[in-house]
Design a protein around this ligand. Structure first.
Ligand SMILES: [Zn+2]
Length: 326
């Protein structure tokens, strides 16, 4: 891997790159909140800003450090998922190597330039010597209505920490998506997961993200147990109310990938975690009707023009057939 030679130097976008940061009075985990990897998911940026506002002035009682970053600044400005290419599908070691070794002005897309700037900051995070874990939360929202959820990487530590935030955990989707920052940093040893906070513009979404991040910070030991108890109890109650009716752990069984020119259209009215039956008509494209391959719950049905995953079908982990892959 090519070494960065200009670690301290400010880059053009860097002022806006950092949403905010907080250094706690005591040692603890290093938590990085990455928001706006997709520019139409700007509620995540607002929610992260609110988390920082809530913690400001309470640094003495905070263990560890918190850093919040905007991922795709240009797409956020334009409120589009991406400008030239999906920024969350280019985190392959080979592409990242190329991004690192190519001068910014010669990179082929806006997202690669953004990634280069972001890498400068994240490289510094990775370099920090810390006996405590580094946690990377990649914050997203989605186009359909329906409940929030998390995409963890497999590993019991992750499941323990994330089960504390009540959002259903969907296993296997993180692995199935190729070229995500989540997977890249997981492979580099960070504790990384995606938080899917709710529908892009639903009024609950910001609250969902704020509540889950605050509870996560407490679970991780950054906010001490008992600290601001009434506030934390309110967050937990909010999260429980959103998700109590849903299976705690689910697993991917089917992913519909959209190819260029497919003219994919999801049928209206599907929501996250809506039960579907094998053979049920879910969407159409130029080849005709797309039907559910199996019983399960539909996840992230696509109701926006940009994006190449049409929908996922998941099942409760206890409803799962014997393991398909490991
Ligand atoms: Zn997203």
């Amino acid at each position: 891997m090519k070494k960065q030679t200009i670690p301290e130097q400010k880059t053009i976008g860097e002022g806006r790159r950092v949403i905010g940061s907080l250094a706690g009075g005591r040692e603890g985990p290093q938590v990085v909140l990455l928001a706006g990897m997709h520019g139409n998911e700007y509620i995540g940026v607002e929610a992260v800003g609110e988390v920082l506002d809530r913690l400001r002035g309470r640094e003495d009682a905070f263990n560890g450090r918190l850093l919040a970053l905007r991922a795709n600044i240009r797409a956020l400005e334009q409120k589009v998922r991406y400008v030239d290419e999906d920024m969350n599908r280019l985190w392959f070691p080979s592409i990242i190597r190329e991004i690192r070794s190519t001068p910014e002005h010669r990179l082929s897309s806006s997202e690669r330039r953004e990634a280069k700037q972001l890498l400068r900051v994240l490289d510094q995070v990775e370099k920090k010597q810390n006996p405590h874990p580094t946690i990377l939360a990649d914050i997203h929202t989605f186009s359909a209505e329906g409940a929030m959820f998390t995409l963890p990487n497999l590993g019991s530590e992750q499941l323990d920490l994330l089960s504390g935030i009540y959002a259903p955990m969907v296993l296997g989707v993180g692995e199935s998506l190729r070229g995500t920052a989540l997977k890249y940093y997981h492979n580099r040893g960070l504790f990384s997961f995606a938080l899917e906070g709710g529908q892009h513009e639903n009024s609950l979404t910001r609250q969902n993200i704020v509540a889950s991040l605050m509870v996560l910070l407490q679970q991780a030991g950054c906010i001490r147990e008992g600290e601001e108890a009434p506030e934390m109890a309110g967050f937990r109650e909010h999260l429980r109310a959103q998700t109590h009716h849903l299976p705690e752990q689910t697993e991917l069984v089917y992913q519909h990938i959209i190819e260029e020119g497919d003219d994919f259209v999801m049928r209206p009215g599907f929501q996250n975690f809506q039960p579907v039956k094998e053979g049920q008509w879910l969407a159409s494209d130029r080849y005709g009707r797309i039907k559910a391959q199996c019983d399960g719950y539909v996840l992230m049905p696509l109701y926006q023009a940009q994006g190449n995953d049409g929908f996922f079908i998941i099942k409760g982990r206890d409803e799962q057939e014997p393991a398909r892959h490991h």
